[in-house]
Design a protein around this ligand. Sequence first.
Ligand code: NAD
Length: 354
Amino acid sequence: MVFDGADFDNHELVVFGRDADTGLSAIIAIHSTNLGPACGGCRMWPYANEADALRDALRLSRGMSYKNAMAGLPLGGGKSVIIGDSRKDKSEALFRAFGRMVDSLGGRYIAAEDVGTSVADIMAMAQSTKHVAGLATGHAASGDPSPFTAYGIYLGIKAAAKHKLGSDSLKGVRIAVQGLGNVGSHVCRHLAEEGAVLFVTDIQPDAVSRAVAQFGATAVEPGRIHAADVDIYAPCALGAVINEQTLPEIKAKVIAGGANNQLATDAVGELVRQAGILYAPDYVINGGGIINVSAEVTQSYDKAAVLRQVEQIPVTLSDIFRRADRDNRPTSTIADEMARERLAAGKRTALAAE
Ligand code: NAD
């Protein structure tokens, strides 16, 4: 069941691909091209089953439409998933095969890095298609987007702290960071530089040891980080971590982190509001990486311009926070409405130009 499934949101196109020789099984979901070609990361993950992989692709691609719209980019929303264990199943041939799958869409989808994939994997895809972004070398290469994502998250955390805690200074503020990968580790560095008191977790013990050594962070069990006694909870691992089970245990007054799809369902947004917690909508606060990638797609990469655009993220968030307070509605709903308005306006412009 796809069209009637809960996660299907009138996606324009969903493609299933397999390459038996390399063991590739992948799904590309294009949610919307109203604002431009669909651009979003390629995730490699050992999904328990195909339904989970499809669900992730559908939810993540919608998130990319909203994210690109809210970042003001000339890009639509898409995402891809490769079913496999990134620690065991990777090969250059597999990513070349995936590149051929991307190429078959003729530029309607542009692939970038995500959980489980690296710049090296994107370079392998680039051998079969030009419709990739986040390259290490070549004309307009923008490289690893994670530091830009992390910078935007750091600025977004400050905006949320100002709104909810009364000051944007993070000195002495207790912050729990869940996930210490590409994004989480850079977020920790920014926060530590400003004197925040860090509580960290990851399912990889070496990542935790590094954060403890580098930032003087306190290690927390992976399953208990949401319940840490902190001011701010920054989810930077996987999605659905804010749900009916975790929410009653969350002590933080602010949830602001980089993971995509943090709310298990849209309805959780209202429960978060009722709990008196300020939630920074994930696809707004984590837009820094796609802003950087976008600069590569438009073939005019300029780091200073990228940073200026990333610095608009806290401005957009503050606008969402104010509207949510004014209307007594969840920040997640306000952001969704703003994004959908931008997508609808893009479609009207595109149709008018036909
Ligand atoms: P990553 O794979 O480098 O890091 C994820 C980390 O989370 C890993 O260290 C992993 O071990 C850890 N992890 C996984 N499950 C966990 C759990 N249950 N508890 C604690 N830790 C766990 O990925 P990343 O690039 O850092 O991305 C992190 C999140 O941010 C993802 O949701 C991703 O979609 C989102 N995101 C990333 C970017 C980017 O620029 N990389 C941009 C926007 C959004």
